[in-house]
Design a binder for this molecule. Sequence first.
Ligand code: NAD
Length: 503
Amino acid sequence: MSQNTAIPTVKLLIDGKLVESRTSQWRDVVNPATQEVLARVPFATEDEMNAAVASAREAFKTWRKTPIGARARIFLKYQQLIRENMKELAALLTAEQGKTLPDAEGDIFRGLEVVEHAANIGTLQMGELANNVANGVDTYTLNQPLGVCAGITPFNFPAMIPLWMFPMAIATGNTFVLKPSEQDPMVTMRLAELAIEAGIPAGVLNVIHGGVDAVNLLCDHPDIKAVSFVGSTKVGTHVYNRATANGKRAQCMMGAKNHAIILPDAHKQQTLNNLAGAAFGAAGQRCMALSVVILVGEAQTWLPDLVEKARSLKIGAGVEPGTDVGPVVSCAALDRVSSLIAAGEREGAQLVLDGRNPQVTGYASGNFVGPTIFAGVTPEMSIYRDEIFGPVLCVVNAASLDEAIAFINANPNGNGTALFTRSGAAARHFQEEIDVGQVGINVPIPVPVPLFSFTGSRASKLGDLGPYGKQVVQFYTQTKTVTSRWFDEDEVGGAVNTTITLK
Ligand code: NAD
């Protein structure tokens, strides 16, 4: 691909400056509702990527010693700038990603919450002290930054997920190299510009663009100490294996298949509204989207109501007021979703609502697929095994709560799950027995706020620690234990044996 000069280019951020890439490889950033080319994104050259890492390495020398309060104040300013620019950021996000404007604001807002948390990092990074562990001896810990850290992000939350990463890494004293998704890098870049405007010094945050080569360089570069990845299971597994083989810390949040169980005592209308929003909102392109509903006992009679609810959702461009379901991100994503729907039919599932080829006035070339529901789905079918990442819901029947729990626990993924019920006892049994990292009780998409951490589990995650919240402070710091003794001036001599005697 060569560069077309009439279309704006996405810049790299290296050493505090926005830089035009000298690469010969470019990719179009396309509006998924209209196919308009919004910009061209470079695949950075190796020299440019190495320059970004070198700048981060140099900046670490001073940034790591910058007082906690000075670091925190930058994030206070940053959160203000994000709030002031919310509408502009949301419009950019909707244009390049496709989600509705309210959803785009939600994407930014969930990232903003992490920025607010980063502004309060001091208490989380504090060490511990034990006084008098031996005579005149104290032991304490320092939680020190690692150095240059890297982040690799997916297309589906181009604001929230970059903001899960660099604010916490930088607030704890590290420097950062971010590689956003090449499908929708524009809002991420605007957020990076605002971070510089907020006062993040040159080299502390760098952004490179690219694909496989950029990801591999970040996993291999000897100056990078930790890699945080969010994306598909296939790529995440590669990143984890490659980064850890090179001695780096790695955390990878990956693919999902999220189930909700509906008990017949649940509030029916509330439940149906929640299911429709969680399965079809953001065109099903959330890692916590609901992709399987298990109807237990009498709740199986709710299927026609669920279909009606889904049918009533408005499909359209994200900029149009009242839109419930926007386009999927690319023509390739649309082809993939459509071919999985066809596979579901071939494999014998009942297609009770077919959302393919909807008519969307004014947006004839958009990547639209409407809410789609399959009933009679079994675990062998590809629509159950694969993550569809589109507005497609699989419905399964179960005779009891325990049967439904066993069904979910047999799925390899562990990102999110939910139970709808009015029974406290059923809810408690569910939270105890379910083997999934993020559990909702009458909450369909239980993503924790940044006071906690994102806690996907099993095949949805590699690495022990989550990407924000308390856990990420551990991820981005190395604990040093100091044992110290101060001699009084008049103390006489000392034994030859210097080992501290614990008595
Ligand atoms: P993706 O894995 O295709 O891309 C993620 C990143 O990896 C991008 O920056 C991309 O440039 C890079 N990449 C793509 N192919 C690569 C390759 N072959 N080698 C090296 N790097 C490569 O994911 P996506 O399609 O952008 O995002 C959707 C996926 O992300 C879904 O599977 C979704 O469940 C997952 N996701 C998970 C979470 C979570 O927290 N668990 C959150 C959001 C998204």
